[in-house]
Design a protein around this ligand. Structure first.
Ligand SMILES: Nc1ncnc2c1ncn2[C@@H]1O[C@H](COP(=O)(O)OP(=O)(O)OP(=O)(O)O)[C@@H](O)[C@H]1O
Ligand SMILES: [Mg+2]
Length: 502
């Protein structure tokens, strides 16, 4: 197949970091090419170089055999290369339509707004995507926001589409939909660069896979030459994968009870309705469900981020729904939120500071009335080692870390104070295999020490592996509990779609 784009010996450094050392690979016309590599391997940086967001220190790009130099993403877009970023670039207060129109500005489409609207609607319908054009972006799920980014590129008729971990924010159903869209684009002769940490997906969709390790391209393999194990081995190289074992059975003591809880969302609709749940000491309780069925409201109600309309929350038998004990109880709950960049970190603070956001008042981080720099630094050194965080130069803002490494910072911070309850939304999204395993290890060990976990995930493999019980949520209600040792995927799947209850 003719080569669309070639990258040769790309190198990119930032102050104190070699993000890309020496990367070469090529994209053929009409192929789906996957980039695989651990957190911080350089995948996003490479894509940012490719689209002209960053200038490489050295190396070259050839488009249709001709050398090209992009000095901004506008240049690459003009030549038909578009990217959906790991962190979206949308205006939250504007509608879906407005966000798409802004992106199309400067494109000679010669259509009045009404015609443009119907063309956008056509594209949405052509690919079978569900998206309401007049909804403000802040009301949409992260998955829906990603569709907007994709539609922007589809409207521009790009030849090469780059998707940086698109499925990390999608439900399995949405991911299937996305794969259908990608296959269709491929049939139209378009090329796609796909980034994902999920091996199952990589196996399903890739024509070729290029593996990146610590800023260098290791190898490129064609479909038929690889399987999941081979890819994992190449990607991990000599790095160790943490090992863990599930802890002993949990006790019968109830640490948290939720009774008839109701929560309304910003649009006045019920996110949780008559919701009941019981969490036991040392238990890892999975919440399975298709995203958008109340998971986020549940996590927010438990962590004090949303108002409870009716119902009760009991902590160790005491009603804390409206009592003043609530805030101190909530302060002791660890929370791994879904939207990491928005509510999980303080982006402009350093790694060291982000790691103590929850406990900066603790004695061990103080020296009289002052903060102890050395204690804060030592804490960071310890966490960086435990969680294998790939950190930049000391003191640089945490937002410069790679997506997966930001996620590790949040988890390291939340789990550092040995919380009694952990509420985790999709904690391993965006983590490489080794890091995901480490998070499971920490949760399992925490359970052994009496920590109770509510693990919200759509990944049934993850729930089966680590949970003691699985509760299924559908349309804001608890459908029932399943036992991971005896319930089949099909049974849980049916419960998730609301067709049967246990
Ligand atoms: N603007 C920047 N300034 C400083 N360092 C950066 C910048 N962008 C990326 N880095 C560093 O470059 C390295 C590669 O990061 P990159 O985001 O490309 O990784 P990735 O492979 O996409 O990882 P992930 O799977 O976690 O998304 C990391 O060490 C990161 O901290
Ligand atoms: Mg990345």
């Amino acid at each position: 197949m003719p080569k669309l784009l070639q990258l040769q010996h790309i190198r990119k450094t930032f102050p104190g970091v070699v993000a890309l050392d020496d990367v070469s690979f090529s994209i053929a016309e009409g192929e789906i090419h996957t980039l695989l590599g651990e957190n911080g391997a350089g995948k996003s940086t490479l894509m940012n170089v490719l689209t002209g967001f960053y200038a490489p220190d050295s190396g070259s790009l050839l488009l249709d055999g001709q050398p090209v130099r992009f000095s901004s993403p506008r240049d690459s877009l003009a030549l038909g290369i578009g990217m959906v970023h790991q962190h979206f670039m949308l205006v939250a207060a504007h509608s879906v339509l407005e966000n798409i129109l802004v992106a199309l500005q400067g494109v000679p489409l010669f259509f009045p707004r009404r015609q443009l609207r119907s063309r956008i609607e056509q594209t949405i319908a052509e690919f079978g995507i569900e998206l309401e054009l007049d909804t403000p972006v802040w009301q949409l799920s992260i998955g829906a926001q990603q569709w907007i980014e994709l539609i922007k590129l589809l409207m521009r008729d790009c030849r090469l589409l780059i998707l940086d971990e698109p499925t990390a924010v999608l439900t399995p159903q949405e991911a299937d939909k996305l794969f259908q869209v990608l296959q269709r684009l491929k049939q139209q002769g378009k090329s796609i660069i796909f980034i994902s940490h999920k091996m199952r997906e990589v196996m399903e969709i890739s024509d070729r896979v290029t593996i990146l390790k610590k800023g260098s391209s290791v190898t490129t393999l064609e479909a038929g030459e690889f399987n999941q194990n081979k890819l994992a081995t190449l990607m991990i190289g000599g790095d160790r994968i943490p090992e863990w074992q599930k802890s002993l059975p949990f006790s019968d003591e109830l640490v948290l009870e939720i009774e008839n809880l109701a929560v309304r969302n910003d649009r006045g609709l019920a996110d949780l309705d008559n919701f009941n749940l019981q969490l036991k000491k040392g238990e890892i309780l999975g919440i399975a469900g298709i995203a958008g069925n109340g998971q986020k409201a549940l996590a927010e109600a438990l962590t004090g981020l949303t108002k409870v309309e009716s119902g009760r929350v009991l902590a160790n038998g005491e009603d804390i729904t409206r009592s003043c004990a609530r805030s101190s109880y909530i302060a002791g709950i660890a929370h791994i939120p879904e939207d990491r960049k928005a509510i999980g970190i303080a982006p402009d603070l350093s790694l060291d500071e982000n790691l103590i956001l929850k406990n900066f008042r603790a004695k061990r981080f103080r020296h009289g009335v002052f903060q102890s720099r050395s204690a804060i630094r030592n804490n960071a050194i310890e966490k960086v080692d435990q969680f294998a965080i790939k950190a930049g130069p000391q003191g640089s803002p945490v937002r410069l870390l790679s997506g997966g490494n930001i996620q590790k910072v949040i988890i390291a911070r939340e789990l550092s104070e040995q919380p009694t309850v952990l509420v985790a939304l999709y904690p391993t999204r965006g983590l490489d295999i080794g890091s995901a395993e480490y998070v499971h290890k920490v949760i399992a060990e925490g359970a052994g020490n009496g920590m109770s976990t509510i693990l919200i995930s759509e990944d049934l493999d993850e729930l089966y592996k680590i949970c003691d019980r699985i509760a299924v949520i559908f349309r804001g209600r608890l459908i029932g509990y399943a036992d991971p040792t005896s319930s089949s995927r099909e049974e849980i799947g049916l419960m998730m779609s609301g067709e049967v209850s246990a």
